[in-house]
Design a protein around this ligand. Structure first.
Ligand SMILES: C[S@@+](CC[C@H](N)C(=O)[O-])C[C@H]1O[C@@H](n2cnc3c(N)ncnc32)[C@H](O)[C@@H]1O
Length: 203
């Protein structure tokens, strides 16, 4: 089997040569600068699904009184950093990919947010609960990992906390919703270009 085939954005590959690049993002008047690199998800641009998730969440203004955010599978940190800065709320960012976590910590500093990124296989190193858990889950890691992330969130949500995520129709949005219905009250907040933005609250 071709080795490249096994190389995923969540694989820790210390031999992969770095090739840093800058990605800019603007929300209203607020500008963000992200450093990205080889070996992380959506290394050249902000992922459309992640951007739609963040902007849909902000447009709903549902949780303006939140005091903690957990970004699961943070990559170089787009979701957690933008929300932490705009909502002025501390965030924890986690990812299994060490290079992504390193970039996320660099991006936390360069965007001046109160956040920390750490390596975690799903919730392995998470030791507190949060008002908001938000994720663009790693579909390519397989259904089992994605379901563990989404179902497992329940253990790390405060009472009245919310889980928000994005998933594409062809990546199994509907079956994923079905797999969560026993744990959460689910709402599809937006459907755009095949992306579903979903919000789940403990039932
Ligand atoms: C679809 S990407 C989203 C990245 C980032 N949130 C963004 O919006 O650009 C999913 C992320 O989940 C991470 N991931 C994969 N398996 C994981 C696991 N078992 N535990 C934690 N994170 C994981 C990947 O490394 C990747 O960064």
């Amino acid at each position: 089997m071709n080795g490249d085939f096994l190389e995923h954005y969540f694989t820790n590959n210390r031999n992969l040569k770095s090739d840093f690049r800058d990605i800019k993002y603007k929300y209203g008047e607020i500008e963000f600068n992200f450093t990205s690199d080889n070996g992380v998800f959506s290394k050249n641009r902000i992922d459309y699904g992640s951007q739609t998730l963040v902007e849909t969440f902000l447009s709903k203004n549902k949780l303006l009184n939140i005091s903690s955010i957990l970004d699961v599978g943070c990559g170089y940190g787009f979701i957690g950093i933008v929300l932490s800065k705009l909502l002025k709320v501390p965030a924890t960012l986690i990812d299994i990919n060490k290079r992504a976590v390193h970039l996320a910590n660099k991006n936390i500093k360069q965007n001046g947010v109160e956040a920390v990124a750490k390596v975690s296989n799903i919730y392995e190193t998470v030791d507190q609960t949060y008002d908001l858990i938000i994720t663009n889950p790693p579909i390519r890691a397989g259904k089992q990992i994605v379901y563990e992330m989404l179902r497992g969130a329940k253990e790390y949500l405060n009472k009245d906390g919310e889980l928000w995520f994005v998933i594409r129709r062809e990546q199994g949005a509907k079956s994923t919703i079905k797999a969560l219905e026993d744990l959460y009250k689910i709402e599809i907040v937006k459907k755009e270009k095949g992306f579903f933005i979903i919000y789940a609250k403990i039932d």
